[in-house]
Design a protein around this ligand. Structure first.
Ligand SMILES: [Zn+2]
Length: 96
């Protein structure tokens, strides 16, 4: 970030400005291509959600097997909720 002097009106113009705010003159320097710069190294954000969802699915399955059963519907329901929730999180991370 910095200031340059406008060649037309002599006013201070931010180097980030697309044009002079005083007279509207376009700067001499080449236009940046921020869209290109920003998207070159875009990393996937969904990776950690995928992992979290996968762990939730595993936890839900373990809960269903270990604590589930006809005699313990609360644990069974909880484990199933975690499993479904994990699946949703996993899919969300997958397509993020
Ligand atoms: Zn100007």
């Amino acid at each position: 970030m910095g200031l340059v002097t406008c060649g037309d009106c002599g006013g201070k113009v931010s180097t980030n400005a697309a044009a002079c705010p005083h007279c509207g003159r376009l700067p001499n320097r080449r236009k940046r291509a921020p869209s290109q710069v920003q998207h070159v190294q875009t990393q996937r954000r969904g990776g950690k959600y995928e992992l979290a969802g996968f762990l939730m699915i595993l936890g839900g399955m373990v809960g269903l097997c270990a604590g589930g059963g006809a005699d313990n519907q609360v644990v069974s329901m909880l484990a199933f909720s975690v499993l479904v929730g994990g699946f949703v999180v996993f899919l969300a991370g997958r397509f993020m």
